[in-house]
Design a protein around this ligand. Sequence first.
Ligand code: CO
Length: 137
Amino acid sequence: MRPTHIEHIGIAVKNLEEAIPYYENVLGLKCYSIETVEDQKVKTAFFKVGQTKIELLEPTADDSPIAKYLEKNPHGGVHHIAFAVENVEQALSDAQAVGVQLIDKVPRKGAEGLNISFLHPKSTGGVLTEFCQEPNN
Ligand code: CO
């Protein structure tokens, strides 16, 4: 299941409007998309860095996973790392076969129409880990 690259790094922020200027003005990246993902109760902003993206995540509800993260990390921070895989279902079953605990047993739709699933940080050295697959693969 070897991942092809890091698809994105997810970063929790309190407020997209306050967070975006650092990426645009200091790093010189361009925010090319802002999208709300109702399912995950987040509003996302995307930047490209080579083949990899930065995904800023702002909570849209108090019970959003990002709101919970911000309670523990009030300044925000790195929330998850997403690996691009060619077949997310295969990657999940490979991980499960070696005892990795899954958050999503079945892939779901994430931002940008990707098929995504999360592995539990208990099984990944504390790093919330996402697999992503382009929907047309
Ligand atoms: Co993500």
